[in-house]
Write a protein that binds this ligand. Structure first.
Ligand SMILES: [Zn+2]
Length: 386
């Protein structure tokens, strides 16, 4: 349709440009300029449409993820929201994503693709507690249960949680209602599955996710509504970020006993030294604004939340491997290579992958390339046929 429009514009543009010659010849310069103007405008409009179309075409050929409705044979794919145009979309099709999640996944993959740790954190911040589904996880879990074999990457998720505690449900619910910044801040500070909150300087809390101090304080305010942050802290809570030796120095100055656990020493100091005096004594490190953030989860809730996180990590691993494959294919094609050789992992003889080890496949035979299942660690290397 767009091409048709472009051709029409170019044709009519050429026509107007051509007939503008007539008034010029008969010395009617004004009419000539008007017609020439119309002609050139139509011409440029037509060319612009074609250029634009070309750009779009090039983009969809790149390795960027495509949010598309899958055309794969898997029965689940019809429902999937996000898919990656590669061999095994069935492994990667995830359904039920929100618009925010879809857009952000594209952004994350564009920006953090080669940084696995950040990629993982960003995905956890985005997906934890959400209502998305990964049907193939269930299918493959069943399959590996039948085979009585779980690949290495599955070790943390192979045992399904026997029960989901109300505390875990509540935690996941709260997490998913927080703003993306708040979720990133919690994940970046490993402040989700701990028994108690983390105490750190506000600047440091923000720095791990590239947030300014004022933005961090804003997010901390949001977290305070749910009791997952505290700011400002009492003086004895500030003392937590000091090293034990520093605390002992203070004890010595005030002739207090230096024995006991860190928490006991802090208790002793804050009870024996007036607050104002203590403040002046603190090293600059502890005079900074300090906050506490994080859920304080009972162990049973922690196990559930941790399991959800591990499932997301498995997804991220699979997404990443698939993308490496796409990049490999692009690169190999450019250098004229024709074939891949599949390499399995020796110490992990997977019943799905072992039969494929050493197989030579054509570079275009995308379906025959790893990952063969979620958490697959097979690789594909260039194969030279001498
Ligand atoms: Zn395998």
């Amino acid at each position: 349709m767009e091409i048709f429009k472009a051709v029409l514009l170019i044709l009519s543009g050429t026509f107007f440009t051509f007939i503008s010659l007539a008034p010029f010849v008969s010395n009617d310069v004004i009419w000539g300029i008007v017609l020439l103007g119309i002609g050139l405008f139509l011409l440029f409009a037509g060319v612009a449409i074609i250029k634009n179309k070309r750009k779009k075409g090039i983009r969809s050929e790149s390795a960027s993820p495509e949010v598309i409705i899958s055309k794969d044979i898997s029965p689940y794919d019809n429902k999937s929201d996000i898919n990656f145009q590669i061999s095994l979309p069935s492994i990667l099709s995830v359904s039920g994503l929100t618009k925010e999640q879809k857009d952000r996944i594209v952004y994350i993959l564009d920006n953090y693709f080669s940084d696995p740790r950040t990629l993982e954190k960003e995905f956890i911040a985005l997906l934890l507690g959400g209502k998305w589904e990964w049907p193939e996880f269930k299918l493959w879990h069943q399959k590996f249960t039948e085979l009585d074999y779980f690949p290495y990457m599955w070790s943390a998720v192979q045992y399904l949680p026997s029960e989901v505690t109300p505390e875990a449900v509540q935690t996941l619910e709260i997490f998913s209602t927080l703003s993306l910044d708040a979720r990133r801040l919690l994940v970046g500070n490993y402040a989700i599955v701990k028994g108690k909150q983390t105490t750190r300087a506000v600047e440091d809390i923000g720095r791990v996710v590239g947030m300014t101090k004022s933005k961090t304080l804003e997010v901390i305010k949001e977290l305070q509504k749910y009791d997952i942050a505290k700011f400002p802290l009492d003086i004895n809570e500030n003392l937590v970020i000091l090293k034990v030796n520093d605390l002992k120095d203070i004890c010595e100055e005030y002739k207090l006993p230096k024995t006991g656990k860190k928490s006991e020493i802090i208790e002793r100091i804050s009870q024996s030294i007036p607050e104002e005096e203590l403040k002046s004594l603190l090293p600059s490190e502890a005079q900074r604004d300090v906050a506490k953030i994080g859920f304080s989860l009972p162990l049973r809730a922690r196990n559930n939340v941790e399991w959800e996180i591990e499932k997301i990590r498995l997804l991220v691993h699979t997404v990443q491997l698939s993308f490496y494959r796409i990049k490999d294919i692009e690169q190999f094609k450019k250098s004229g290579l024709q074939e891949f050789e599949i390499l399995g992992v020796k110490e992990d003889p997977c019943p799905i992958c072992s039969p494929l080890n050493g197989k030579i496949v054509a570079i275009d035979d995308i379906k025959s390339l790893p990952p063969f299942h979620p958490g697959c660690r097979c690789t594909a290397i260039a194969h030279f046929d001498f």
